[in-house]
Design a protein around this ligand. Structure first.
Ligand SMILES: [Zn+2]
Length: 105
């Protein structure tokens, strides 16, 4: 099975990134949750895997300013707090869509 999303769409009015997968799973990930799950070295300690920036550190008003495809494996997101070092791989996004943690938070 290909891990690439079928469709990606930022819905600014709802502050969610909608992602559809080849197995017909569709999820709308809230911007704030997605920003709090940034996988970059500034947000997660590379050596201990400890998360330094978490969802509760992110303001409700966070916005997605730009999203850029990196090759065919990841999405680079520029956030309204100027943070743009996170590469959200398809694998990472797929995990987020399948665990849907934001619904139980
Ligand atoms: Zn980060």
């Amino acid at each position: 099975m290909s891990l690439s999303p079928k469709n990606l769409r930022a819905i600014r009015a709802d502050r969610v990134l909608e992602i559809s997968w080849p197995d017909d799973l569709t999820a709308q990930i809230p911007f704030r949750y997605l920003r709090g799950r940034c996988p970059c070295a500034g947000c997660v300690n590379e050596f201990t895997s400890e998360r330094m920036v978490d969802v509760h550190d992110i303001p409700e008003s966070i916005d997605l300013e730009a999203a850029q495809l990196i090759g065919n494996y990841a999405l680079k997101i520029t956030w309204s707090d100027r943070h743009d070092t996170g590469l959200y791989t398809w694998e990472h996004l797929s995990d987020l869509c399948r665990t849907r943690e934001w619904e139980s938070a």
